[in-house]
Design a protein around this ligand. Structure first.
Ligand code: HPA
Length: 237
């Protein structure tokens, strides 16, 4: 039994959704899973649930914020037999033309967090999603009427970033959005031969390090619900 997931391999489905927020994990189970799902972890309040979605096994496990926290849970989920791990989260929009509640399917995640390079022992690595999951998510998102953007994102180690101009430089190099957990997921997926994907809802539009416009609660719910629907469909596909 791992240290942070107080569970046995049989407690998790092969496909696991991984939001950061424990309450979002509960919301996903309550809203999307078939009735009868069960709590499989509450160590440190990191809620995890297992049940079915449209009759097929699925789990959701919250992983906290940042690659260091999320990496603990990704590692332990892999130890427990996870085969397909899909991050659902929010991200700050960097690219021109993005709108609040848009869906970003991250084809790759630049690792702006030193713990990812520690995982590869300093060797350069390109954290990349599993193409089959990217394709499924993009197609499903468009069917659901989402505004879907596909491209690279940044996984930053710092929410409050003192580096002047960094957001603009990331945008200039083609990144769509910034979040904090995908690069670790994609790197561990490559190391352990597990399928991985990150789907994000745009929750802020970032002008620079000091200025961001925040989404309304109503738009957040619309965007997050649509992202979760996409992620559940991809999880069981
Ligand atoms: N930065 C990092 N992660 C985020 C942001 C952000 O601005 N918004 C949502 N997740």
């Amino acid at each position: 039994m791992p240290i942070h997931l107080r569970a046995d391999p049989s407690d998790y489905a092969p496909a696991v959704l991984v939001p950061g927020d424990p309450r979002r994990a509960k919301y996903i189970a309550d809203t999307f899973f078939d009735p009868g799902f069960r709590l499989v972890n509450d160590e440190r309040g990191a809620l995890g649930f297992t049940g079915t979605f449209q009759g097929k096994p699925i789990s959701v496990q919250s992983v906290g914020m940042g690659c260091a926290s999320a990496g603990i849970y990704y590692n332990e989920l892999i130890q427990l037999g996870a085969q397909r791990i899909i991050r659902v989260g929010t991200a700050g929009g960097l690219a021109p033309g993005l709108q609040m509640a848009d869906t970003v399917v991250a084809i790759s995640a630049t690792a702006d967090d030193p713990v990812v390079a520690q995982m590869t022992q300093g060797e350069a690595h390109s954290p990349t999603a599993s193409w089959n999951l990217v394709e499924l998510a993009v197609n499903r998102g468009r069917e659901l009427g989402a505004r879907v953007h596909v491209g690279p994102i940044v996984s930053s180690g710092l929410f409050y970033d003192p580096r002047q101009g960094i957001m603009q430089r990331w945008a200039d190099r083609g990144h769509l959005a910034v979040e904090m957990e995908a690069a670790m997921l994609y790197t561990l997926g490559a190391i352990h031969k597990v399928e991985t994907l990150c789907v994000c809802t745009i929750s802020d539009l970032i002008t620079d390090e000091n200025n961001a416009e925040r989404i309304s609660d109503d738009d957040m719910k619309i965007g997050v619900d649509r992202m979760m629907q996409i992620a559940c469909d991809v999880a069981i596909a």
